[in-house]
Design a protein around this ligand. Structure first.
Ligand SMILES: NCCC[C@H](NC(=O)CCC(=O)O)C(=O)O
Length: 444
């Protein structure tokens, strides 16, 4: 049977905005209070997703979340009608209103960790939504993320959905952004690499001093237990705290893997050689560790261009391609490096650039926008087929965006009660396009 690695991209929600909510994420902070363009953001995402489908990849979409999140605002004491709740929050606690209005669920690399059936003891594909506890605006995502994943991978015979981990910093979990799976073929048992920022229970372990380490070792270990992975097929590796302090808030800002390739910056990890040996031994095959040195690309350039927040995909002809943001073309050191990379004799043979600037300005590149799910043909047939990208879905989603999305949004617009109505109308229609059922609270 054939196996594929599908990418499920997050649709950008109608409230996409720049509120500067993510301390430690350089782009989020430096673009705070800019005017966003939700319509352009959604269309940029759709273009990338459609282009991958056109390359012969299995490509799906995941629905965004309902924002503004009036339920959270009511839960923290703002009362009255919807417009009163928004107005009071805007006056008394604007930062909390902003946290309840982010379209951050678009970065589906943070939606969940996924283990394919070839790796799990019960032979099912396992999903654990990330609790995202480090950031208030993201900590309100996991319940609806679980609903959306269940409506998308809606078949108990093939898919196993877990609850997100306990909501405490000891279990800080950011999902697949800190997880890479190595394998020879997508359908063969692989080695799952869990990269963590700090250990919550070992006070003496290294940790960053300036910015938070969002992922804990304890969370990664819990996910590996839930997913029924064998010890012999897991590797736990620590991110270098020094790069977290330079803006590498997720490991997918500094390394990316695919099959037997790990593309990484030399400063990405701690104990790099020991851990690479462990990966080699557990993989028992030829691994390509493609190292980028500081001399070639500085951490600053990597963080600004998102060289490592690229997708490495295996094309139907077996060659690997890098899907990069156009920001990589605009950075001379990074562009020069990528031009050279395809000549080095590694499995990576081509680079394709996509404009995802609306997302980039919040610190989300091509890799942040997608959740990888390796599946067999049979498992793909069990996925909600209405979520899979093709000409028809591309056209209907673009029409849907044109109809409902604004082309300008500022932080001061977030208290506009009309935005709630627009957003709900759009999402209600989307659940019909994708045939998701009632995944949102306003529909229940
Ligand atoms: N994987 C990429 C995630 C980017 C995301 N940015 C944000 O939430 C920025 C939102 C804002 O600042 O408005 C984050 O930091 O978790």
């Amino acid at each position: 049977m054939k196996h594929f690695e599908a990418n499920f991209d997050g649709l950008v929600g109608p409230t996409h905005n720049y509120a500067g909510l993510s301390f430690g994420n350089v782009a989020s902070f430096s673009n705070a209070a800019q005017t966003s363009n939700p319509k352009a953001a959604a269309k940029q995402g759709l273009q990338k997703a459609k282009a991958l489908a056109d390359l012969g990849m299995v490509q799906g979409v995941l629905a965004p979340q309902e924002r503004p999140d009036l339920y959270t605002l009511r839960r923290i004491g703002f009362s009255g009608s919807d417009s009163e709740v928004l107005q009071k929050a805007a006056q008394q606690a604007p930062a909390l209103l902003n946290a309840c209005c982010s379209a951050s669920s678009m970065w589906t690399a943070n939606a969940a960790t996924v283990s394919p059936s070839a790796d799990t003891r019960d032979g099912k594909v396992h999903f654990t939504p990330a609790n995202l506890v480090d950031k208030l605006h993201r900590s309100i995502e996991p319940v609806t993320t679980g609903n959306i994943l269940q409506a998308t991978f809606n078949n108990d015979r093939y898919f196993k959905h877990h609850q997100h981990l306990p909501e405490h910093t000891s279990f800080g979990d950011e999902g697949a952004a800190n997880h890479t799976r190595f394998c020879t073929e997508y359908g063969h048992a692989g080695v799952e690499l869990f990269v963590y920022g700090q250990s919550a229970t070992d006070p003496d372990s290294p940790k960053p001093t300036k910015y938070p380490a969002r992922q804990t070792l304890e969370a990664s270990q819990a996910v590996s237990r839930l997913h029924q992975l064998e010890d012999e097929s897991c590797v736990f590796m620590q991110q270098n705290p020094a790069v977290i302090d330079q803006g590498v808030f997720h490991n997918d800002v500094i390394s990316v893997g695919n099959q037997n390739v790990l593309f990484y910056h030399e400063q990405a990890f701690l104990d790099t050689e020991t851990k690479f040996d462990e990966i080699r031994q557990k993989m028992n095959t030829n691994m390509h560790f493609v190292k980028v040195t500081t001399e070639q690309v500085s951490i600053n350039d990597a963080v600004r261009s998102y060289l490592f927040n690229t997708q490495i995909i295996t094309l139907p002809n077996g060659e690997m391609a890098i899907i990069a943001p156009t920001n990589c073309q605009e950075n001379p050191a990074v562009f020069a490096y990528l031009n050279e990379l395809v000549t080095l004799g590694t499995p990576i043979k081509q680079v394709r650039y996509f404009d995802v600037k609306q997302s980039m300005q919040n610190g989300g590149g091509p890799a942040c926008l997608r959740l990888r799910v390796a599946m067999s043909e049979q498992e793909i047939a069990a996925v909600n087929q209405n979520t899979l990208m093709n000409e028809g879905l591309f056209t209907s989603l673009n029409t849907w965006v044109d109809k409902h999305y604004r082309d300008q949004l500022t932080v001061s617009d977030l208290a506009d009660p009309q935005l709630v109505i627009e957003s709900r109308t759009a999402l209600d229609e989307l659940t019909q396009i994708l045939k998701l059922g009632s995944v949102y609270q306003f529909q229940r």
